[in-house]
Design a protein around this ligand. Structure first.
Ligand code: CUA
Length: 180
């Protein structure tokens, strides 16, 4: 086998370099498409909260959980704990910006809402915040997707997305799933 000339080596290196650059470019394009076209972004919100006291005072006391209209935004607050979400069901209006805020008092949980861009971990000590707009009505399943113990597979909540005329906040701006 003839010994490769320096020129051949350089050419080969150039080809591999080009291939690598193309792969990196493709991945970069995929990230850009996901971020700009599908609004799928890594969570960037860093907010600390004490997991030992979050249910006693402040934003995540029982009275504050669930859906609340605040000005032109709809906030949904939930606690993810072993092995249930509190509340178990929340209401969201269709085609309106919604901010989900979740905390954990115990271990790491994770949430995703089927068919949407909502997907984040809920780490004790931090507030997990996701902005989204639900585009279809119905009961969307929100399972815990981070193994959190023996009851993990039973841990899920429902996001009830309703038409905006069926979304009727009370005097406190609260909307809840019907009792049944
Ligand atoms: Cu909570 Cu798995």
């Amino acid at each position: 086998m003839p010994i490769a000339s320096e020129r051949d080596v350089l050419r080969s290196e150039f080809r591999w370099g080009l291939l690598t650059a193309a792969a990196v470019g493709l991945i970069f394009l995929a990230i850009l498409t996901a971020a700009l076209a599908w609004q799928i972004n890594p969570p960037s919100n860093v907010e600390l909260i004490d997991p030992k006291t979050l249910h006693l005072s402040g934003e995540f006391t029982e009275d504050n959980l669930g859906t609340q209209v605040q000005g032109d935004r709809v906030a949904i607050r939930m606690i993810a704990s072993q092995f249930a979400f509190l509340p178990r069901c929340v209401v969201a209006p269709r085609d309106r910006p919604v901010t989900l805020r979740l905390v954990s008092p115990d271990v790491i949980h994770g949430i995703l809402v089927t068919g949407t861009n909502v997907n984040t971990m809920v780490v004790p000590g931090y507030v997990s915040q996701v902005h989204t707009t639900f585009t279809r009505t119905g009961d969307l399943l929100m399972p815990c997707h981070e193994f959190c113990g023996m009851g993990h597979s039973q841990m899920w909540a429902t996001i009830r997305v309703v038409e905006s005329d069926a979304f009727q906040p009370d005097a406190q701006g609260r909307v809840a799933c019907a009792q049944r």
